[in-house]
Write a protein that binds this ligand. Structure first.
Ligand SMILES: C[S@@+](CC[C@H](N)C(=O)[O-])C[C@H]1O[C@@H](n2cnc3c(N)ncnc32)[C@H](O)[C@@H]1O
Length: 383
């Protein structure tokens, strides 16, 4: 049994996992890709690769349980509305490091989990969410259950809070990337900031940290979920609300007409959102509405997970595709060909269509994707 084969099972060690990685970090950085080294670094790369491996294992488990690999798709056992998820699973499996290596032996998943957590105990919430999605997938594919009741059952709330947390080494880099890009891009003077999809507040605190001594007049944190917004508020209060700032928390649904947001046009110097806009039903419409909120000189800064290319599934989608709001988006052949994370070109095109003139992404997604055909993250800055 070769060491890099899943059949190595219980003998799986850290060095075996590295052989299954999409790329080597040393190879990637040798390419001079201009990665922001303090954020998009080896720790993030390894976290991304390890979760990808674990996701590929659970993709295999779901396919095996459903018999899809053995032609179980025939016979119309699954409703047409879930066909896209079946295609997603098959596409993810076909690009996986486990493909063609035979069935993983009993205990492989547990051992894989243990090796990953030995390296990085803080990745536990990421693996737990992959497990949660895997356990719900069969019922979801048969339309016996909707993703919301699988992923957001009351018992899962604490797990989501641990996932959207500054201590999560997989999630925090996108907060940090977006917040540091925002701190660099904001105009001078006392700022009025709007955050959309503030969730549990990990991005909020990261932005407040990055803005440091920059004068702030007003910070409006919003989300569609009252529960998440309450968590954001308690986290910011625990962190220590900066003095002299008007901090407000409001419900805001990006998919509702902007009149319902009750926010003044031109009222903000910074509009900030981490991993939210890819859920907007009408992406260009939502971006246009956010652009109208910017004051002269104001800037929109997004943190987003990215696909390396059109049609290439990425591991976080294994979880989020269970949710209607992730799937029910208006598609467009040029800038938004399917649900899921966009690629770099999709963002540039969508922002240009929404009327933004100056658009920049850090790191450059096109250059990175040529060396690294896996999920990545970027800060997107638009004026
Ligand atoms: C990936 S989470 C981002 C979490 C947040 N940045 C944090 O650090 O905790 C996406 C957030 O977008 C919110 N969201 C989803 N659809 C939305 C919509 N239509 N309008 C506003 N917020 C939405 C979700 O409730 C969730 O909090």
């Amino acid at each position: 049994v070769e060491a890099d084969s899943p059949a190595a099972g219980a003998r799986l060690e850290k060095r075996d996992l590295e052989r299954l990685f999409t790329a080597s970090f040393a190879g990637l950085t040798a390419g001079g890709l201009g990665l922001p080294e303090d954020i998009w670094n080896e720790e993030f790369f390894r976290a991304n690769e390890l979760i990808n491996l674990y996701t590929d294992f659970q993709v295999w488990t779901v396919l095996d349980r459903l018999g899809l690999e053995r032609g179980g798709l025939e016979g119309g056992r699954f409703p047409p509305s879930r066909r896209d998820s079946i295609d997603w699973l098959l596409a993810k499996a076909s690009g996986s490091a486990l493909v063609g290596k035979g069935a993983p032996p009993a205990g492989y998943g547990l051992r894989l989990r243990q090796v990953i957590l030995d390296e990085h105990a803080a990745l536990a919430p990421c693996l737990d969410l992959v497990d949660l999605a895997a356990s719900g997938f069969p019922a979801f594919l048969r339309e016996e259950s909707d993703g919301r009741s699988i992923l957001f059952a009351p018992a899962t709330h604490a797990l989501w809070e641990r996932y959207f947390d500054q201590k999560n080494p997989f999630y925090q880099p996108v907060n940090r990337l977006a917040a540091s890009a925002a701190a660099e891009a904001v105009p001078g003077g006392a700022l009025q900031v709007l955050e959309v999809g503030a969730g549990c507040g990990s991005g909020t605190i990261t932005l407040l940290e990055e803005l440091g001594d920059h004068p702030l007049r007003r910070y409006t944190a919003t989300d569609i979920s009252p529960g998440f917004l309450r968590k954001a508020r308690s986290r910011v209060e625990e962190w220590g609300t900066p003095e002299g700032i008007e901090l407000e928390y409001r419900l805001l649904d990006l998919n509702r007409p902007r009149e319902s947001w009750r926010l003044a046009d031109g009222g903000f110097d910074l509009v900030f959102a981490v991993n939210v806009l890819h859920c907007a039903r009408d992406l260009v419409g939502a971006l246009s509405a956010l652009r109208r909120l910017l004051a002269p000189g104001g800037v929109l800064v997004l943190g987003e997970g990215l696909r390396p290319a059109r049609g290439r599934p990425v591991h976080p989608e294994f979880i989020f595709q269970l949710l209607d709001e992730f799937r029910e988006v208006a598609v467009h052949p040029v800038h938004r060909p399917s649900w899921g994370f966009l690629d770099g070109a999709g963002w540039l095109e969508s922002l240009a269509r929404a009327g933004f003139g100056e658009i920049k992404a850090v790191p450059d997604p096109g250059r990175l994707a040529r060396s690294y055909p896996e999920h990545t993250i970027a800060a997107i800055v638009a004026r």
